[in-house]
Design a protein around this ligand. Structure first.
Ligand code: COA
Length: 145
């Protein structure tokens, strides 16, 4: 039985130290230089009100980064602290994030999920998302030529 109250609100750059500490527990493999304070600030400014945090017991217990590139939505760092999982916190944050994208006129959203991340796969399946078998992800480091 859940004995804590959950609040979901937009992420602010002032949350950075707390969320970065949380990601060391929940999302270490997915962290990179892209998650520096400067880059997260830029992300939040480019996508106002879309990324969310969940609060319980006076602390941040969940995060989702959410934004779009003008045509498609993207979600990163969907995470909930282990001791707060299976209380619909992830689902509440995801729904809030997707709703902000819909309000912005973005009708489809993608997430990158590691192939062996069974938690992520169970969660996104439960959310009704469809795993794509027709796409591979190609990545590169950008250089000025
Ligand atoms: C994935 C994650 C964010 C889910 O957060 P959560 O708050 O526990 O998820 P919810 O309680 O909203 O779960 C919603 C539904 O997803 C499914 N689900 C979630 N966790 C599950 C698990 N461990 N096993 C099976 N199904 C699961 C269930 O259907 C669940 O509904 P139910 O509890 O009524 O059965 C959390 O497990 C997490 O932080 N994992 C580590 C980081 C990560 O891998 N993130 C995903 C990146 S793609």
């Amino acid at each position: 039985m859940q004995n804590f109250e959950i609040t979901v609100r937009p992420m602010e750059i002032g949350d950075y130290d707390e969320i970065f500490a949380m990601w060391q527990i929940t999302s270490k493999r997915a962290l990179s230089q892209a998650d520096s304070r400067e880059n997260i600030l830029r992300y939040l400014e480019r996508n106002p009100g879309m990324s969310q945090v969940a609060l319980a017991d006076g602390k941040i217990v969940g995060t989702v980064l959410c934004g779009h590139d003008g045509r498609r939505g993207f979600i990163h760092h969907m995470a909930v602290l282990p001791e707060y999982r299976r209380h619909q916190i992830g689902m509440k944050m995801a729904k809030r994030a997707i709703s902000t994208l819909a309000e912005a006129g973005i009708d489809k959203t993608h997430i990158f999920c590691y192939i062996d991340n069974s938690l992520g796969h169970s969660f996104w399946n439960a959310m009704g998302w469809k795993k794509r078998d027709d796409i591979d992800v190609f990545s590169c480091f950008n250089v000025i030529e």
